[in-house]
Design a protein. Structure first.
Length: 229
């Protein structure tokens, strides 16, 4: 079957099957758009995390790093640092010197920032999951409807032949084929992008643990100085 015959079959399909094909085509375009945009976002987030982790490891002055971030639009891992350090400084200005309180406050602020970043990284992934899970069933619906339409047409023919049945069956099977064409890339993209998002979020969690260790040392020093004073 060549492309011309395939297009001709779709053009002569029943309105319901044509509607199913159009819906599946829209879903496929949507899935590809989301997959490409999300892949770019996750690659950018992974690069930002690596770059900021390197900058954080090399810095000797967290305050200076914090002010540098304030001058730009921080996001990703740098947003976790900014939120945590901002809360740490705020608590110090309020006179809080207890190590546990300082750590708890910093951790809460970072947790909120982490949740926002995770929500942003994982946004639109459910769209891929929806396309991957529903497209085959929508295509199957088109196939069932096409087969019903084909058999209804045969009811008006006294002598049914393969030539009379074939167009209706082909029309029906096209819906299933397009449904799979939409679903398979969406499922692959969803699994791949979910894995990338989990990897980036794992980097965030490792950074958060390391940053809290640094904050703990500073909190101990602050507590010791307040006791000495």
């Amino acid at each position: 079957m060549n492309d011309a015959n395939l297009i001709e079959i779709m053009l002569h399909a029943s309105p319901v099957v044509q509607a199913v094909i159009i819906l599946l085509a829209v879903m496929s375009i949507l899935a590809w758009t989301v997959a490409l945009a999300k892949n770019y976002q996750l690659r950018k987030a992974a690069k930002e995390a690596n770059d900021f982790q390197k900058k954080f490891d090399e810095t000797n002055d967290l305050t200076q790093l914090y002010y540098e971030l304030n001058e730009s639009n921080s996001w990703g891992m740098s947003k976790l640092f900014e939120a945590g350090y901002q809360e740490f400084v705020r608590l110090k200005k309020q006179g809080v010197s207890d190590t546990a309180d300082l750590l708890a406050g910093t951790q809460r602020a970072m947790k909120v920032a982490f949740s926002k970043e995770a929500e942003d990284l994982e946004s639109q992934l459910p769209t891929l999951a929806t396309v991957g899970s529903s497209a085959p069933y929508i295509g199957l619906f088109g196939t069932v409807w096409g087969v019903m339409h084909a058999f209804q047409s045969l009811g008006n023919i006294q002598h049914a032949t393969l030539a009379a049945v074939a167009p209706g069956i082909a029309e029906a099977l096209i819906a299933t084929a397009i449904g799979l064409f939409a679903a398979i890339p969406a499922v692959i993209a969803f699994n791949n992008l979910s894995s990338k998002a989990d990897k980036v979020l794992g980097q965030y969690e490792i950074f958060a643990d390391g940053f809290l260790t640094v904050i703990q040392r500073q909190a101990h020093l602050l507590s010791k100085n307040s006791e000495t004073a």
